[in-house]
Design a protein around this ligand. Sequence first.
Ligand code: NAP
Length: 251
Amino acid sequence: MTAPGKTLLVTGGSRGIGAAVCRLAAGAGYRVAINYASNQEAAETLVAEIKAGGGEAFAVKGDVGDEANVLSMFETVDKRFGSLDAFVNNAGVVDAKARVDELSAARLERMMRINVIGSILCAREAVRRMSTLRGGKGGSIVNLSSAAALLGSPGEYVDYAASKGAIDTFTLGLAREVANEGVRVNAVRPGIIDTEIHASGGQPGRVAAIRDSVPMKREGKAEEVAHAVLWLLSDEASYTTGSIVNVSGGR
Ligand code: NAP
């Protein structure tokens, strides 16, 4: 699955699953643009690690939930890489554990703005650059959904689950819309993966607490999700579009 010289942008690429995708991709020969929202140190540390390993990477700051930030992020990538071969819509957030009857409009607005609107805006910019209908040379997009899209996350964060359900539907629709324009669009649905997202939602012990409910009786590693993403991005998945791969230990 080598991709020498191909260009890749990963939103939220500085930590967690996105960082694992960037590491694997750089090792496969991709030139990698690593987006982050605020933690510049994490992004620059990963850039340095990739460069030390002989790869090419740079960090680009931007909130995917802000259209002006999205436009400027893609323009930065245009200037640096010239064209975009692959895009991973990875940035996403959870929130504190809450029932639906406790949700505020402000929380819902943030969740949907980042997870849904941000992902759609970023995919729009990727398609504008990749679609043969718009003069592009084709490309591949992978969206990060979640097992939550199928489980609904009752009593925890149904709003997050619903945002990922939207990603599933968006993946199917966009895949069919651009299938004849050289652009493949797929998604992965990770299960319980050991990253900092659980602590950011106020549940640092979440992985340990629900590990036993996973049929494999363990959490996944970010690298295990990244391998699926890299395959979907690659030419080896050339006849695969509109697919959503569960990477969830059977959950
Ligand atoms: P994470 O460890 O919390 O990392 C989040 C990354 O996204 C960071 O690089 C962060 O940048 C960035 N980010 C956050 N908000 C952003 C925004 N508005 N604009 C741009 N970048 C932003 O998350 P993760 O666990 O790797 O999750 C990655 C994706 O997988 C998400 O879409 C998540 O919903 C999905 N997922 C995760 C799991 C799991 O168990 N971990 C399961 C299913 C699905 P900063 O460092 O600057 O904050």
